[in-house]
Write a protein that binds this ligand. Structure first.
Ligand SMILES: Cc1cc2nc3c(=O)[nH]c(=O)nc-3n(C[C@H](O)[C@H](O)[C@H](O)COP(=O)(O)OP(=O)(O)OC[C@H]3O[C@@H](n4cnc5c(N)ncnc54)[C@H](O)[C@@H]3O)c2cc1C
Length: 429
């Protein structure tokens, strides 16, 4: 027998959570189901969980003005009650940056760490259960008939009044297939490509005063997702449409400072916007990921800055020792030459930004610093929405990182709230 819900949410990440709490706050008797294809819930809250509460971090300018984003950020803060971290001695860096035409953003941040994120998820899920939300893990949405408001999962058939599809970046392709099946027009012409930088914490001392310093450089290059303390570089697996695997690197840290690695890592990313002849950012990124796999023998590539400067590849047997005096936190990468794998326009912009960063925070380009490649961020599916609440068809909403309305936890949460405002005809802004 089909079961009918007022709201079905696909994806238990921050977008889905924001939507579930906001819906229940406004319709306490609502019948709400949240699905996730994973056995573990809550998507990207599991990764490091540093949250930024200042516009424009995490927001995509196409959909968010400052005013609208700040309204929703305020609701996110009211729910999450973040413990904002103190920043100190930042003005010296801000001034050095300004002299180079670089901006250091002043962001309200909190950091829970990967372990703290898991604890938060537990608390939030228990609260949702108390509110009467059904959470079904290990259940994937497969297809949709928007006319009859019916969702097919890999376990059952459901009907809904409202549907929010929020499958995150890992559901990027699923969302594209769904949009094609529903004839929802979309473009995905933007992608972030770059490197993950790993250095001794002493060579990037700004993190003692500002946990995740966000520098914006010319040529659409920026620092992103800085981790220190118990910090590690990790790899995420993706698959091409032909089923060929490739990796993107990423980073996270634990809240437990007793496991201090003495290292720091952050992404240096360039936003690439493809124009005429319009190509898919996703396919472009996949080609680059594949090229890196080819040169790295199926693994991401890593290179010491000392070798990079001398235009020489890093080799396994010379990768540690003397000046190269720390072990990479991501094991199994291939010591090689990132300049063979990375398009020159992207590499030049990123290297220029790194040199500027080394002027602002002297030390980051110490020879021992490691550059890992590739780091890829696919966030730019841009569906043609029917309204400001991310509706694509009557009763069907798409939001979060997979639908290009966010690229961070807090903006994803805000996207979920904003979608529910549309469903319930709440128009505060
Ligand atoms: C390693 C790493 C570290 C990060 N660190 C930070 C950070 O510190 N701060 C920050 O702001 N952002 C960080 N991010 C980004 C952040 O995780 C995302 O911006 C955010 O989680 C996006 O939320 P979302 O709800 O759109 O998607 P997600 O959080 O990705 O959740 C989507 C969920 O949908 C599920 N799903 C997908 N397809 C289906 C389907 N067909 N059926 C059912 N379920 C499905 C997925 O399993 C997933 O659980 C990080 C990301 C990574 C990968």
């Amino acid at each position: 027998m089909k079961k009918t819900y007022d709201l079905v949410i696909v994806g238990s990440g921050p977008t889905g959570l924001g939507a579930a709490f906001h819906f229940m706050a406004n319709r306490p008797k609502g019948r709400v189901l949240m699905l996730d294809r994973n056995k573990f819930s809550s998507g990207g809250l599991r990764n490091d969980c540093k949250m930024n509460f200042t516009y424009p971090v995490g927001f995509t300018s196409e959909y968010w003005t400052r005013e609208v984003a700040e309204y929703y950020l305020n609701l996110v803060m009211l729910k999450l009650q973040p413990d904002i971290m103190q920043k100190m001695n930042v003005s010296v860096y801000t001034q050095r940056a300004a002299r180079l035409g670089v901006e250091l953003l002043d962001i309200r941040q909190t950091h829970l760490g990967t372990d703290g994120g898991v604890r938060l998820i537990k608390t939030l899920l228990a609260e949702l259960e108390r509110l009467g939300v059904e959470v079904s893990l290990d259940e994937a949405m497969v297809s949709l008939d928007a006319d009859s408001r019916t969702v097919q999962t890999d376990k059952r058939t459901l009907t809904y009044e409202h549907l929010l599809v929020a499958p995150g970046r890992s559901g990027f392709r699923f969302l594209q297939e769904l949009m094609r099946a529903m004839n929802v027009h979309f473009i995905d012409n933007m992608v972030d490509i770059g490197v993950r930088v790993e250095a001794r914490r002493d060579h990037y001392p700004i993190v003692r005063d500002y946990y995740d310093p966000k520098f914006h450089f010319p040529a659409k290059v920026r620092t992103f997702c800085t981790n220190s303390g118990s910090a590690h570089v990790v790899k995420e697996k993706y698959e091409s449409p032909q089923g060929r695997p490739f990796f993107s690197v990423n980073g996270h840290s634990y809240s437990d400072t007793t496991r201090h690695s003495g290292l720091v890592n952050f992404a240096m990313l360039k936003t690439v916007k493809l124009t005429e002849p319009l190509a898919s950012g996703q396919e472009f990124a996949e080609m680059l990921g594949m090229q890196a796999m080819l040169l790295g023998g199926g693994q991401p590539i890593m290179q010491r800055v000392g070798d990079f400067r001398l235009a020489k590849r890093s080799k396994e047997k010379t990768f540690t020792g003397d000046l190269y005096d720390f072990e990479p936190s991501l094991k199994g990468c291939t010591a090689g030459d990132i300049s063979l794998a990375m398009p020159s326009k992207i590499l030049r912009a990123i290297w220029k930004a790194l040199k500027q960063l080394d002027t602002i925070v002297p030390g980051i380009l110490h020879p021992s610093t490691i550059l890992y490649y590739p780091e890829i961020k696919l966030y730019a599916n841009k569906p043609t929405f029917k309204d400001r609440h991310f509706q694509v068809r009557d009763g069907v909403y798409m939001a979060g990182d997979g639908a290009g309305t966010s690229r961070g936890i807090t903006a994803a949460w805000a996207s979920g709230i904003r979608a529910v405002d549309g469903m319930l005809a709440i128009h505060p802004t």
